[in-house]
Design a protein. Structure first.
Length: 193
């Protein structure tokens, strides 16, 4: 990813901001992953700026598009690369990540010859299942590194969401909030390197 300095003001002093884009693997109205993303944004350090990148309106990729890559796909790729890091907030469907996430990742590597070399990425998610999104995250961690993506190894954040995890006001329980804060500090440091 391009190493671009983004200047902000923190405590009256100029500081470098880490721009972090994030995509959501769920578009459900009551998505627990959308709730998790809001908590992550709230708990991010002041030197991080989070930017939502919508993947739900992207066309389904096929190789015939390579000759004349559709504008929404090109714009999506430009949005990803305008950030210093990309955070994938994904649910787990049938012990895997949703097709919309795979489609977005495929678009990032197309047309043929496009590269995600050096892209700094974090993977997180929430699920009602006992192990959170461990399986979907593990699958993403298998195929992304050979493409040149740099994935943050730890801490992991796979939230087992119960009826008490997220509150109606957009906050989360103390444990989830603390884990989100630690995760966002670590990911911000990761993209700053």
């Amino acid at each position: 990813m391009r190493n671009v300095d983004h200047i902000g003001i923190l405590g009256g002093m100029l500081t470098t901001m880490a721009k972090i884009g994030y995509i959501l693997g769920s578009a459900a109205d009551d998505s627990i992953n959308q709730k998790l993303a809001l908590v992550l944004e709230e708990q991010a350090p002041d030197r991080a700026e989070l930017n939502y990148i919508d993947i739900h309106q992207l066309p389904i990729y096929n190789r015939n598009m390579d000759q004349d890559f559709p504008r929404p796909m090109t714009e999506f790729k430009d949005l990803v690369w305008s950030n210093d890091g990309l955070l994938v907030v994904t649910p787990e469907h049938n012990q895997s990540f949703p097709a919309v996430v795979k489609n977005a990742l495929d678009i990032m590597t197309r047309p043929w010859g496009s590269s995600v070399e050096g892209l700094k990425m974090g993977i997180t998610g929430a699920s009602p299942g006992r192990f959170g999104t461990i399986n979907s995250q593990a699958q993403l961690r298998q195929f992304l590194p050979p493409l040149g993506v740099k994935i943050m190894g730890s801490p992991l954040l796979a939230v087992h969401a119960t009826k008490d995890t997220f509150n109606t006001d957009g906050t989360a329980d103390a444990t989830t909030t603390q884990r989100a804060k630690a995760y966002m500090e670590a990911f911000t440091q990761f993209v700053e390197q």
